[in-house]
Design a protein around this ligand. Structure first.
Ligand SMILES: [Zn+2]
Length: 232
């Protein structure tokens, strides 16, 4: 549950307090990030346009007006994620250390395309639904066992977590597939971009890992790229 709450709570109001800045307005205080900032701005425009087009093609009535933001805290962990503001507008947020950890424009585009795909595929709403469903089932089982209110609440929390975990790997692979297409439409090479996997720890086949093993993700990217006529 913790992760969902975080995703849904991050909103434009945080922007007003100066925690985030749009990609176009970003002037890094760290001089070593100036070149990356320029590349990031170009990638944001191209991937933003490709993501909007894909979103309009794939969805009906969904907000496709992607905003791309930078987390201003220079010490925030390497991370990129997708969120929604209170009006349902999608935002893709990169931390500065995340941008620093990418090696080229293709990797930035690949990560951005993946995050955009999470929105187009409606993953936040689907995760909330899975969490609610898990909480309901576990809560009812606890009630049937005759647990007290605290026991039922605990079971609901666990159920929500299980509900989220059961689909998260599928969601990642779906986002890798559509993200590969968006990266390509934006004019970048997903086969170069996917080298980013080499720089993040491989969760392997652990049951409770939130992400699929790299081998599985690479296979999805290779298949999708092959359909687009791209070869290594
Ligand atoms: Zn993801």
């Amino acid at each position: 549950m913790r992760r969902i709450t975080l995703l849904l709570v991050v909103s434009l109001s945080a922007c007003d307090t100066g925690a985030f800045v749009t990609a176009d307005d970003w002037v890094p205080t760290n001089p070593s990030l100036r070149d990356s900032a320029q590349t990031f701005q170009q990638v944001s425009r191209a991937v933003g346009a490709a993501a909007r087009a894909e979103c309009r093609r794939q969805t009906k009535g969904q907000n496709c007006n992607f905003g791309i933001l930078i987390e201003l805290d220079p010490f925030a962990e390497p991370n990129a994620f997708q969120t929604l503001d209170e009006n349902g507008r999608p935002f893709i947020i990169f931390t500065q250390s995340m941008i620093k950890s990418t090696q080229n424009a293709d990797e930035m585009a690949f990560v951005m395309g993946h995050e955009a795909a999470h929105h187009i595929l409606g993953h936040i709403a689907r995760q909330v639904k899975n969490a609610e469903e898990g909480a309901r089932i576990f809560g009812e089982l606890a009630e049937a066992r005759g647990e007290d209110a605290a026991g039922i609440e605990k079971a609901q929390e666990l159920g929500a977590e299980v509900g989220i975990q059961s689909y998260t790997k599928d969601f990642e692979l779906e986002a890798d597939q559509m993200g590969t297409q968006i990266t390509y439409s934006a004019g970048y090479n997903p086969l170069v971009g996917m080298a980013y996997f080499n720089r993040i720890p491989d969760p392997g086949d652990r049951f409770l890992a939130s992400h699929p093993p790299h081998a599985k993700r690479i296979e999805v990217v290779l298949n999708t790229a092959g359909q687009l006529g791209l070869t290594q």
